[in-house]
Write a protein that binds this ligand. Structure first.
Ligand SMILES: [Zn+2]
Length: 139
């Protein structure tokens, strides 16, 4: 049995968490954030996306995959611009830059939202598999 004081403290803590916006979101839904890459890695990546080798790898991917956003389902027909995303950022995984299995189709909006620190693989992501954490997190 919790004392009044413990209950009050738990309530305060919960309110703090809500204010910070991470109370209602189950832990497993939070994207895996990784540290930002150093500036020279950023420059290298910038040049890479302009290279002919990348355009060739990107073309091959587009040619062999359905052009639908793996995250939100948007397609060219629904007015979305589909881009080819590196699931694991090449800033930190330079060796994966041409790896076709590290590529996924995303719409421009989802790709911008994902950024370079989130490594969610939307091809296998199944929201049905998410389970809420134990406890009274919904209260
Ligand atoms: Zn999308």
């Amino acid at each position: 049995m919790m004392s009044k004081r413990t209950k009050r403290r738990a309530k305060l803590l919960r309110e703090q968490y809500k204010l910070r916006g991470y109370w209602r979101q189950p832990k497993r839904e939070r994207p895996a954030k990784v540290a930002a890459a150093p500036d020279d890695a950023r420059q290298r990546v910038k040049g890479f996306y302009k290279s002919w080798e990348w355009k060739q790898a990107r073309y091959l991917f587009l040619k062999t995959h359905e052009l639908r956003c793996e995250c939100c389902g948007a397609s060219k027909e629904s007015g979305a611009q589909i881009v080819v995303d590196h699931i694991k950022s090449i800033r930190r995984n330079w060796n994966l830059r041409f790896d076709q299995s590290n590529l996924q189709a995303l719409c421009n909006d989802c790709n911008m939202g994902k950024g370079s620190t989130d490594e969610t693989d939307w091809r296998v992501f199944d929201p049905g598999q998410l389970t809420p954490p134990a406890g009274d997190w919904l209260n």
